[in-house]
Design a binder for this molecule. Sequence first.
Ligand SMILES: Cc1cc2nc3c(=O)[nH]c(=O)nc-3n(C[C@H](O)[C@H](O)[C@H](O)COP(=O)(O)OP(=O)(O)OC[C@H]3O[C@@H](n4cnc5c(N)ncnc54)[C@H](O)[C@@H]3O)c2cc1C
Length: 368
Amino acid sequence: MVDRFENLIIGGGLAGLIAANLLSKAGRQVLLIEKKPYPFHRVCGEYLSNEVLDFLKREGLLPPLDLPQIDRFIFSDTRGKSTTIPLDLGGFGISRYVLDDFLYNRALENGAEIWTGNQVENISFNKVDFTLELADGKFLTATNVIGAFGKRSKLDKVLSRDFIKKRSPYIGVKYHVKTEIDRNTVALHNFTGGYCGVNAIEENKVNLCYLGSRDQLRSMGSIEEMEQHILFKNPHLERIFSESEFLFDKPEVINEINFEVKMPVEQHILMAGDSAGLITPLCGNGMAMAIQAGKLAAEALINLSTREEIEDYYTANWKILFERRLMIGRGVQTLFGSKNASRFTRNLIAHVPFMARQIIKNTHGKPF
Ligand SMILES: Cc1cc2nc3c(=O)[nH]c(=O)nc-3n(C[C@H](O)[C@H](O)[C@H](O)COP(=O)(O)OP(=O)(O)OC[C@H]3O[C@@H](n4cnc5c(N)ncnc54)[C@H](O)[C@@H]3O)c2cc1C
């Protein structure tokens, strides 16, 4: 027998979990399928922009924790020369381990069905609905599908999405540590080939997360060698890495981080979060965008009835909310990760702070 669902969400990161919460709260039948069992760590800087604060509070989706409030930004170039500016909107630090698990439990309480430890292997649309094949051999059908499967999934290959054919030069590495930092400051320390974000999260912990170069990792042979020979040339990073107590046995690592243009609706799937486009991490805004996209997808399914209306509404509003930010983020990425570019950017922030604040403003959305 084939199970049938009204709304099916593939992937339980922020986009998928927010959509599951809103759909189930509105009394809609929803199944979310997430590959991994909660709670789990992910590569992410865990700085969450305040643009989502009112929404999370309003919907009862903000974990009741004492979270570090962040309203200052420090930038250092590859040699460690730094400058600091205030953040107009600001944000707060919270680990994905805690946040995603909280949203998962809230979605269950709200009546969503969630299957973890299973994944969607195949999907096809046949005129009126979708057929999905899961890793355990089960087949499902669904009227509506939200694709919230993140920056890279085996489904991107199944769907023959254009970006999947291109290789990406970036890797991401994340640690949780205990160390002394200003808890109201998010730092972005450059090194040749990348940059490392540093900010406080819950329970006096600190997130260290960097975007680095695949080629450098290959040439150095290991993460440790790459950190010592490349990241540590920035004295801020050398100090933080040498003085911190590392809380993971080994870092969380991902590769093939891709900032290519993607489409918000593909083969009738509403793509939400990174599956519709990943903003460059230096913008510190991907989590907020995933939350807002999950909300947008849920609203389209709650308020509209025909497939055409739903897809048109989602595409038009997704473009208004995210298209420009993604484009600016790709441009800003060129101002980081090399000696000259990072020196130029530090000078720009120090001497024309208005410009730096405008760039930050233009990569962020308004509170909603
Ligand atoms: C190095 C780095 C640092 C970053 N730092 C920040 C930051 O400080 N602040 C910020 O706001 N953003 C940051 N981001 C961006 C942010 O992490 C993402 O934008 C955000 O996680 C997107 O959420 P999502 O729900 O779209 O995807 P994800 O959180 O990636 O969730 C996708 C989920 O789908 C699941 N999945 C995939 N395929 C399948 C399948 N076939 N079946 C079932 N499940 C599947 C995966 O297991 C995963 O749990 C950073 C990104 C990187 C790479």
